[in-house]
Design a protein around this ligand. Structure first.
Ligand SMILES: Cc1cc2nc3c(=O)[nH]c(=O)nc-3n(C[C@H](O)[C@H](O)[C@H](O)COP(=O)(O)OP(=O)(O)OC[C@H]3O[C@@H](n4cnc5c(N)ncnc54)[C@H](O)[C@@H]3O)c2cc1C
Length: 419
């Protein structure tokens, strides 16, 4: 069950990372919710194993608090506020390598990166996901996405530009079209984004010399309901808040194509607007699809109950890119930060167990509930079977985000080597 660190030590730079000597180390690919959690937890767990190298690899030198992106897209939070420098969170024990991961040498147990190959004794794959446009023609070109701080900043910039163009327009119809934001996808991301924008746009319009009632937000969902899979009570409360905010929600409205004119629905109708944002789902990164690793629905990597990639016991997967079935429901767990963090916890425990020759722990998801903000003041929440809607749910969302930020900086303090 255990493997040898094979002389692994902290990497001094990307070159030493590429040497065979470091091939016994644990390499965590991705400093998002799952990967960062693994690195932080392992830092403490490996305190009795100072020889074991631990490397964290990401293209950015910051961790993105993705759950706060709707606020950046709505202009109420600066993009820099959701980028936490990785070095502010990691203990010296963890060697951080900022580089693009370009592929996998599975047989040679090496990550291929812009900084050269990085050998692993154990690899943790936590590269997240990317927007899934479901091959809808024109969508990737015509619609913005909101999956990074840069994306979210771009959405707010485009919305501001559209309001400015609308203000310069004399034709009221054209003015209305330009000041309309169309959000595709009525899941949690789409609802949060639509709510945030609907709340902010009247004031933003005034700032551009437009009537506050001129902007509009449309939310387009292919399925019969927004927030699919949630309780009817939660859906009802969210729908009421959106309606109160003036969001025009359309369900059973599948997009056939995105064109110069707007979004063409499968029933032939055209949805016009000045800005289009797609929040209709995610799939695994391209890199994973081309890796030769076993993949399932949406390209997510198949794992066993210990979160090891099937047929690859030296590789664990966690977060959005892992396809993890909840044995109680038989369904694959959704791509959520909450799930990513819990999976990261199990992966850290299992790596520690392997090193100590202890049995591995099967992953069990403990659902803490579902909270969605709807606008800047209200939200909806389903926790322990109780549904709430309104100010309290929004405060809950704020509290969860605050607690998360505290935890990522607090966990660093658990590393006795760093003290
Ligand atoms: C707008 C929005 C709002 C959301 N709100 C919520 C919410 O309120 N609650 C909730 O539970 N979930 C929410 N989610 C989902 C949640 O953000 C994801 O489930 C979570 O980020 C998944 O964590 P992860 O570690 O798998 O991936 P990520 O957090 O995306 O991290 C992946 C990391 O891998 C790095 N990476 C990827 N490819 C490469 C490469 N080739 N080379 C180097 N580095 C690479 C990235 O830079 C990134 O740091 C939201 C998602 C979005 C888009």
């Amino acid at each position: 069950m255990s493997w040898s660190p094979a002389g692994a030590g902290p990497m001094e730079d990307a070159v030493s990372a590429s040497t065979a000597e470091s091939s016994g180390q644990i390499v965590v690919a991705g400093a998002g919710y799952a990967g960062l959690h693994v690195a932080l937890r392992l830092t403490a767990k490996l305190r009795n194993d100072p020889e074991m190298g631990l490397a964290l690899v990401d293209r950015h030198d910051y961790h993105q608090v993705i759950t706060e992106l709707p606020r950046v897209a709505g202009g109420t939070r600066a993009a820099d506020a959701v980028r936490i420098p990785v070095q502010d969170m990691l203990a010296e024990r963890v060697r951080f390598v900022q580089t693009e991961i370009t592929g996998f040498d599975l047989a040679g147990r090496r990550l291929l990166t812009g900084a050269g190959p990085i050998g692993w004794g154990r690899l943790v794959l936590a590269l997240g996901s990317r927007p899934n446009d479901f091959a809808i023609p024109g969508l990737a070109q015509r619609a913005l996405s909101v999956y990074s701080a840069d994306d979210a900043e771009r959405v707010w910039a485009e919305v501001s530009k559209a309001l400015m163009s609308a203000a310069a327009e004399t034709d009221p119809e054209e003015q209305r079209r330009l000041a309309t934001v169309v959000v595709g996808g009525g899941g949690a991301t789409g609802v949060e984004l639509a709510g945030e924008l609907a709340e902010i746009l009247p004031e933003a319009a005034t700032g551009h010399g437009l009537a506050p009632g001129r902007p509009a937000v449309r939310l387009i969902e292919a399925g019969p309901t927004i927030l699919a899979g949630s309780s009817p009570q939660l859906i009802d409360k969210a729908t009421r808040i959106l309606s109160d905010l003036g969001v025009q929600v359309r369900t059973n409205a599948a997009i056939a194509a995105a064109t110069e004119e707007g979004l063409r629905l499968t029933d032939g109708q055209l949805v016009e607007g000045g800005v289009f944002v797609w929040a209709g789902g995610v799939k695994a990164p391209e890199l994973v699809a081309d890796s030769g690793l076993p993949t399932g629905h949406n390209g997510r990597v198949k794992v066993d109950r210990y979160l090891r990639v099937l047929d690859h016991p030296d590789i664990y997967a966690a977060g959005d890119l892992a396809s993890v079935t909840d044995p109680r429901t038989g369904h694959v767990l959704p791509p959520l930060a909450q799930v990513a963090l819990e999976e990261g916890e199990t992966v850290a425990r299992n790596l520690d167990a392997e090193l100590s020759g202890k049995p591995l722990e099967a992953f069990t998801f403990h659902d803490k509930g579902f909270v969605v903000s709807v606008g800047t003041r209200r939200g909806v929440a389903d926790i322990a079977g109780i549904t709430t809607g309104g100010r309290l749910a929004h405060l809950l969302k704020d509290a969860i985000e605050w607690e998360y930020r505290q935890s990522v900086t607090h966990l660093r303090g658990w590393d006795p080597v760093a003290i």
